[in-house]
Design a protein around this ligand. Sequence first.
Ligand code: NOJ
Ligand code: CA
Length: 482
Amino acid sequence: MLTSRRPWWQGGVLYQLYPRSFADSNDDGVGDLAGIRGRLDYLGWLGVDGIWLNPTFPSPNEDWGYDVSDYCDVHPELGTLADLDGLIAEAGDRDIRILLDLVPAHTSDRHEWFLDSRSSRAAQKRRWYIWRDEADDQLSVFGGSAWAYDETTGQYYHHRFLLEQPDLNWIGGEMRDAFDDILRFWFDRGVAGFRIDVVHALVKDPPGHANLPAINDVLRHWRALANEYEPQPLLIGETWVMELEKLAAFYGNGSDQLHLAFNFPFMFAGLDAGALAGVVRRTEELMPPDASLVWALSNHDVVRFPTRICEEDDARVKCALVILLGLPGTPVLYYGDELGLHQVQVPDDRVLDVHGRDGARTPMPWGDVDWQAPWLPLGEGVASVAVQREDPSSILSFCRELIALRRRRTELSHGRYEQLDAPAGVWAWRRGQETVVAINLTAQPAQLDLGGEVILSTSGRRESRGLGPWEGVVVSTGRMSP
Ligand code: NOJ
Ligand code: CA
């Protein structure tokens, strides 16, 4: 058996959480690290293997932490370095690893590197950012020109996102050492890896155009650095490309660049059997043979999946969770996915994000303690953690069972994927030898022979004849214990 050398994240369950909205330890309305620490029991009970924290660094919060002003510290609203050390240690006691969110494509305009860079054309760090005499007509992702004129030095700097997020210049090399130190700083503190922001556009040369070979160079360099550590930290990239051929490039040869590259075509395939099965098949075909796969349906930038693809219907949400947790690779739950949390309609006067993404970032409804004056409003219409924990038919109870099943039945977390024939609207696949997953993504009952014993169903029933409307099941087809 080769089980012992498997890295923890391969087949493990990752949990992305938005620190400002997870749990608030001091009732100032903003979630914090001590709050997360206080909820580790919950995360252990749910069964996750690792947590990715959205940015925790000091930041003016023009883009909610994605405008970093110091990469080696903690935002005072979230806590201190000591709090983070404590969180890492206490999570570690429960076998839960902590990943941070690295933002290497740009800094805050208040980062000392940029203050130096903009101080004069001869500044030591002038070339750490992208400066030009002329602006072209490129637009930034958040609207308006991607170039900002700087009075002091009479040149324009490039910003793919906000004006307050000047892009770092990865061509030239000086950046590398500074980031090597940042990676080491966190790995030495026990951080188990990074989610890396905007990998698909990390190096822009010429400005505005992703330079893939140069991005691959940086990734190879970081992977080599990660290789120096034992256990090896995980590098998981935000690789926002809509063509799977392009996604493959971020894995390199399968073991020399990212460990995992987020699959956005999967996230946006809808709750459609044919489309989803097609993305999975093509992903399996196109990624390098040794690459591990990763699946997510929600994150802090997109509308929560129960609203976006499930019409806020609990049966469909459970089906989506079976998909997420039944595919080969690493599933990533976004906090609240396990509750079926809906996108929240944030009233105009409470909108804080420049891009209007607040509705996917609202406070976790714990139900046992109330948020005091939360920074964003809580949603309504979805039962709290406290209520769902007590209800065996809740989405939370179901999600937890599914995670537990992955642990017990390693075929479900590690078995090979093989698509099976199924009627239109039904997606069925085998994992390993004796485990079958089948989902009916239609409103009509479906006839098919499941060929074994149903060991988990979104509807709670156990007969193995066919599937009800919007029903998903896990089936044991052999003699293996359930
Ligand atoms: C991707 C992040 O996920 C998003 O929240 C942010 O606004 C942009 N990168 C810019 O850093
Ligand atoms: Ca707080």
